[in-house]
Design a binder for this molecule. Structure first.
Ligand code: NAP
Length: 488
């Protein structure tokens, strides 16, 4: 095939953690001709969007960061601001920023059978030329999920926002705030609302299992120690090992397994101890579903916030709005000045903001038919040279380790394709089928299928979770390169 200009250009969609990982992996492979399309005005993805009060990660900073970019972390867990600073620092250092096209929302990527290149269509309508490969790094928790009554026009006259779309400058001070949800975002907002607002009402469909977070700032002395590479890497290795052990065959999510039992006992003990003086709250805040069947929440402050005289826990979901308040599912109205929807994301609907066209014009979402799946979350048969970061069934910890492994897989595949003078990398359908059968068998042994959660598609199939540890995933990608991928 005759080489055309731009034949080796790569498109990356998204400039969050995983998009930056992909960009740097390409640079490491010597592929510098790439464009990152980012719909927002800044980089950071999740950490650009989720700047609600109290937003903070719940994986330790030393492991929730790139292995090749250590940082002077201020505490065990980084805040949203610190993570955004970190990502900007990394992007600047690797000279990635100049390759980002901000404000460009990708709407479609389409494979051209004739020249084995992708066309990328963005909302601006600009002609971006052709790309030999596309790496989707659009994230997983990126499409806010609002309850039906909060979509479009609503009767409510006050301020309302989803946690991931918090207007800059919006304050809760002096307001009566209604918060919907009890997940990881909600507990962080509740803590801040309890500090700032006049009155806080939480609408709880179901309580979640909570473990203490152990959030602490590092002392100056600790920060000095962590500047020594050996100490930094020792800390990182310890954390990696701990997560790898915990996630071994998803032991943390298998009823009766040691990791699950010990964490369930710890969560119950924490709940009972924290709310011992408030039997009314203890009853309302005790989950009824098996431990880890939904993502366990980490918080040092939520139970204390619940006990504050200005916080009210409504043990019902919100059902509708009036001009001045929220109506719960029993029909009772609660007057509020401001509503925070901590109602999560349309997570299982992978790549729902994007149309992906493969060989012969086939459509990725039609092929998935509501049940997204891929080989190791990365490649789908019939969609050559299209790689997904954080794709189906790769949600696990430590997250950034997964991103690095995926980025390195995609970049090395693209590099090999170019080196061998090939134009097409596809994944074998039989290998993908066998892999997903094996995966679903493992997932069926976990508690994730026992309750409603964002891990499952509308059909009930678990489409987001990885049922082993990070080391197994990395090994899987190495095997996939040898046995499941073909180049033409
Ligand atoms: P989420 O875990 O999906 O929680 C959404 C909450 O909204 C649930 O409690 C849900 O109740 C509730 N809800 C939905 N409709 C409602 C209604 N009409 N009335 C009252 N409550 C309603 O979402 P999230 O808290 O944004 O967290 C999503 C994920 O983001 C987390 O699991 C985590 O992976 C990530 N995250 C991480 C951090 C961190 O610290 N690293 C922080 C925030 C988020 P039901 O569950 O009963 O349906």
């Amino acid at each position: 095939m005759k080489k055309s200009a731009g034949e080796h250009r790569v498109a990356i969609i998204g400039a969050g953690f995983s998009g930056l990982a992909a960009a740097i992996a390409l640079i490491k492979q010597g592929i510098e001709d790439f464009v990152i399309f980012e719909q927002e005005a800044g980089l950071g993805g999740t950490w650009w969007n989720n700047h609600y009060p109290g937003a903070e990660v719940d994986l330790e900073s030393h492991i929730y960061s790139f292995s090749f970019e250590p940082y002077d972390w201020s505490g065990i867990y980084a805040t949203q601001e610190e993570l955004l600073d970190y990502l900007n620092h990394v992007a600047k250092k690797w000279q990635v920023v100049k390759r980002i096209r901000f404000g460009e929302k990708v709407e479609q990527v389409a494979w051209n059978d004739a020249d084995h290149q992708y066309t990328v269509t963005t909302a601006s309508g600009e002609d971006h030329g052709r790309f030999c490969a596309v790496i989707s790094a659009v994230g997983f928790l990126n499409v806010p999920l609002l309850p039906p009554f909060a979509r479009g026009e609503t009767p409510f006259k006050g301020v309302q926002c989803h946690t991931s779309r918090w207007p800059h400058g919006l304050e809760m001070t002096g307001k009566r705030v209604g918060i919907l949800g009890t997940g990881s975002s909600a507990v962080q907002v509740v803590t801040e609302a309890e500090r700032q607002a006049e009155d806080v009402t939480i609408f709880q469909l179901e309580p979640n299992w909570i473990l203490p977070k152990g959030s602490l700032a590092f002392t100056e002395k600790e920060r000095r120690w962590f500047k020594l590479p050996l100490i930094y890497w020792w800390k990182r290795a310890q954390l990696y090992w701990r997560y790898d052990m915990r996630q071994w065959f998803a032991g943390h999510a298998r009823a009766g397994w040691k990791a699950n039992k010990s964490r369930a006992e710890a969560a119950l003990a924490y709940l009972k101890e924290s709310l011992a003086d408030r039997p009314d709250l203890l009853e309302l805040a005790t989950p009824k579903f098996p431990f880890e069947a939904r993502r366990t929440v980490l918080s040092d402050t939520y139970y204390d916030s619940l006990k504050s005289p200005k916080v009210h826990l409504v043990p019902h979901g919100a059902q509708s709005l009036t001009e001045t308040g929220i109506v719960d599912s029993t029909g009772k109205e609660y007057p509020v000045d401001m509503i925070v929807y901590a109602t999560g994301f349309d997570a299982a609907n992978y790549l729902c903001t994007l149309q992906v066209k493969g060989i012969g014009g086939r459509d990725l979402h039609q092929q998935w038919a509501g049940e997204p799946e891929a080989l190791l979350g990365m490649m789908v048969p019939g969609f050559p040279n299209f790689f997904m970061m954080y794709g189906p069934n790769t949600n696990s910890v430590p997250l950034v380790t997964f991103y690095e492994a995926q980025a390195s897989f995609a970049a090395s595949m693209i590099k090999t394709m170019i080196r061998r003078g090939k134009t097409m990398i596809d994944v074998k359908p039989e290998a993908t089928q066998r892999f997903n059968k094996w995966l679903q068998n493992l997932l069926s042994k976990t508690v994730w299928g026992t309750t409603s959660n964002y891990f499952r598609a509308g059909t009930g199939k678990i489409v987001s979770q990885w049922p082993l540890n990070a080391t197994s995933y990395i090994a899987g990608l190495k095997l996939a390169k040898l046995f499941a991928v073909r180049m033409r």
